[in-house]
Design a protein around this ligand. Structure first.
Ligand SMILES: Cc1ncc(COP(=O)(O)O)c(C=O)c1O
Length: 503
């Protein structure tokens, strides 16, 4: 038998099925015939043979015994978990499942405030109560470092009934706190640590990368294998170790939340992504780090552009590069748009920075294209005397998106429920200019990064209102209620707002 690192059992099982099949009398209805895809035929034709269903030998994600079982076990060995679940609906479904596995309705969970919206949705689905712990903001860059150990300690003192803590590490910007001490603290109090490591599936696979959340002691960890590794979009994994999070409950919840027809192309890509990481990972990451070195030295030779780097006790991902206009002429959104005109598409922008996501397969020629594009932009967009000064503006602008406006360190318990979606809470729209003091009726989510600036029931402080106006003024995109386009905020009707004050 070949070494385990060369095997990709699920992909191999599909390839074997493909080589022996002469008639497809099963779903999906496209029958692997590209002509059904019209103008997309040539794009899809290589992928269609992989798009199969639960046939003999191809196993069943909801009752894995063969190829999927083996692929998940290989993934668990590779990532250092005791058990790994493949996810076909991204880290989104992993976050929801983790919360529901740990919290019964009414249970309390400590949650990092700048969590992804899937965490808020998970709290709603579980009917859990959250105590939000706010991340520390780095004054110099405006970037969020992560939650501090002493804040977790204080939250546990105030709320000893908490089931555990769910935190995000690394952030969309590739930054996170030291997880080991947080895990030790929680475990000493018999609480669990759940980590949304959506942006850190590559962590721990090279000495120059931070260690993974599992290696730091987390009990359950969600990773978007599709973000920083090489799986197809939506391909993600949920890893578990120890006994603090029930795997049986997780299995049952994932059985409810994931499709009964999970995508084989996505699952096989998880298998192949793990295989690539094991076989080529260290060498590929070393090459990618050399590409990044060229990028950083290219920027160092161009005083017009700068890269932000957070200081302090935080762990940073070298694959996330935070670019800004040191002359202060272009804000993050404007710079992102200019780069797109040159065919260079960044992961996201905020008012201060453009976030560039590299990965273990990034190439030097892309860096050259990017530097050339920046040279062109620098020529076209000469700073004038009226430009903002270089220092501080990116930090200040970014601080808004990073949640600098959440002043309190530890919130009161906030009850979440699915009821808010059913319109049981009457709402109305108020103009952005006069939204202070009202209670949000829905999540307000600048996107990316998908971190709700307001959750349903949250009181709109003057600071949050000011941040919303600034975001709308700088052209931020919102998911759901589009504050930039509409200039309004959905708020709870005053009578209900008073009854349902959470804070
Ligand atoms: C921190 C974080 N968690 C979870 C998610 C959801 O991940 P997915 O897109 O894999 O569902 C995202 C998506 O951007 C994210 O940024």
């Amino acid at each position: 038998m070949r070494p385990w690192s060369e095997r990709a059992p699920l992909f191999e099982a599909i390839a074997a099925y493909q080589s022996q099949t002469v008639g497809r009398f099963h779903v999906p209805g496209h029958k692997a015939r590209p002509e059904a895809f019209g103008p997309g035929a040539s794009y899809y034709q290589g992928l269609l043979p992989l798009d199969v269903t639960e046939l003999r030998g191809l196993d069943d994600l909801h009752h894995p015994e063969e190829a999927i079982h083996e692929a998940q076990q290989l993934a668990a060995d590779c990532f250092g978990a005791e058990e790994t679940f493949f996810l076909v609906n991204g880290s989104t479904v992993g976050n929801q499942a983790m919360i529901a596995a740990v919290c019964r309705p009414g249970d309390l969970l400590l949650v990092q405030r700048d969590a992804h919206k899937s965490v808020i949705h998970g709290l709603m689905l579980a009917g859990a109560h959250a105590v939000f712990v706010h991340p520390r903001i780095d004054e110099r860059t405006g970037l969020r470092g992560g939650i501090a150990l002493e804040d977790v300690e204080e939250a546990l003192r105030l709320y000893p009934q908490a089931k555990g803590l769910l935190l995000t590490c690394p952030s969309y910007y590739g930054i996170g706190p030291d997880l080991e001490s947080i895990a030790e603290l929680l475990h000493a109090r018999h609480k669990c640590l759940l980590v949304d490591e959506a942006h850190g599936a590559h962590y721990g696979f090279h000495p120059e990368l931070p260690g993974s959340a599992l290696s730091c002691g987390a009990d359950a960890v969600v990773q978007s294998t599709h973000k920083m590794l090489t799986a197809l979009t939506m391909g993600s994994m949920l890893h578990v170790q120890g006994q603090r999070v029930s795997r049986e409950i997780l299995r049952r919840i994932l059985g409810m939340l994931q499709s009964s027809s999970p995508s084989y192309p996505i699952m096989a890509s998880l298998d192949l992504s793990r295989r690539y990481l094991q076989e080529q990972g260290t060498g590929a990451i070393t090459s990618a780090l050399a590409v990044l070195e060229s990028w950083r030295s290219g920027i160092a030779r161009r005083p017009r552009w700068s890269l932000a780097r957070i200081s302090g006790p935080y762990r940073s991902d070298p694959f996330k590069q935070l670019l800004y206009d040191a002359a202060g002429k272009l804000n993050g959104y404007e710079l992102q748009a200019k780069l797109e005109e040159s065919g260079c598409y960044a992961e996201m922008a905020d008012a201060g920075y453009v976030v560039l996501a590299f990965s273990l397969v990034s190439r030097l020629e892309e860096v050259h294209h990017l530097l050339e594009a920046l040279d062109r932009i620098a020529q076209q967009e000469q700073p004038d005397d009226a430009s903002r000064p270089s220092s501080g503006y990116a930090a200040e602008a970014t601080g808004i998106r990073q949640g600098a406006s959440f002043r309190e360190r530890i919130s009161q318990p906030v009850p979440f429920s699915i009821a808010s979606i059913h319109g049981q809470t009457a709402s109305r729209l108020v103009p952005l200019d006069s939204c202070e003091g009202h209670m949000a009726a829905e999540m307000i989510v600048p996107y990316p990064p998908g971190i709700p600036l307001l959750y349903p029931g949250e009181r709109i402080t003057p600071q949050i209102a000011a941040d919303l106006r600034l975001l709308a003024g700088s052209g931020a995109r919102f998911q759901g209620h589009n504050v930039t386009e509409l200039g309004t905020i959905p708020v709870r009707s005053s009578q209900l707002a008073e009854q349902e004050t959470f804070e």
